[in-house]
Design a protein around this ligand. Sequence first.
Ligand SMILES: Nc1ncnc2c1ncn2[C@@H]1O[C@H](COP(=O)(O)OP(=O)(O)OP(=O)(O)O)[C@@H](O)[C@H]1O
Ligand SMILES: [Mg+2]
Length: 234
Amino acid sequence: MIELRSVEKVFGSVRAVDGISFDIKRGEVFGLLGKNGAGKTTTIKMLTLQLKPTAGEIFFEGRAILGNEIFIKSLLGLVPQHLNFDQDLTVEENLELHARLHHLPKIERRERIDELLKFVELEKVRKSFVRELSGGMKRRLLIVRALIHRPKILFLDEPTVALDPQVRHKIWELITDLKARGITILLTTHYIEEAEALCDRVAILNRGRLVALDTTANLCAGRSLEETFIALTK
Ligand SMILES: Nc1ncnc2c1ncn2[C@@H]1O[C@H](COP(=O)(O)OP(=O)(O)OP(=O)(O)O)[C@@H](O)[C@H]1O
Ligand SMILES: [Mg+2]
């Protein structure tokens, strides 16, 4: 579904991503782990066409990015690391705005917003301003906002950061549900148990380089994923 070939991103003297190659398969939940500053968000930004790689190539369904930007953007949904809502719009207005940006016709917009608010149990706050929501509600809204145009590939950059265990488990259920619907998912997280619970395969980045890529079971070989992670990212 997605192929990265020797992808690099350099910011001045910082090699944020230092020549990574891997594939993400259709329908899998793919975990990208790494310490702060390892290059996870930079990788997601290149995969979601927000940043151009300094070198290397990325393919979506066999197509290179150059010349296929509109097609590729239609495939993608992004849940960014940092909340970027218009806090002075209501829940409903935020989704409406996003649906319009994706050129959804009016009737479809209505249906889709109703369906998604129900999916994440936010119907009761649909008229509330985003600034009035709790952190967990904002995270759930961020996820459904990314789903409005029915993307085939969803990028989740630390979707459960700073959430209580109940809300985190709700988001896990949501991710499992999306996988069951056939959506391909790339997820970053600092919660190792989250990667263990959700991911089919995990890639570990260290200082912009890929230091491991396998199923969690194969990666660990008798150790916990946390121990493996710490050993590989010293
Ligand atoms: N726009 C930018 N300009 C300059 N340097 C940047 C920029 N964006 C990221 N970097 C640098 O690139 C490196 C990788 O950053 P990135 O945000 O990709 O890390 P991350 O793995 O997502 O970390 P975290 O877990 O803290 O979110 C860091 O050294 C960071 O300072
Ligand atoms: Mg990040």
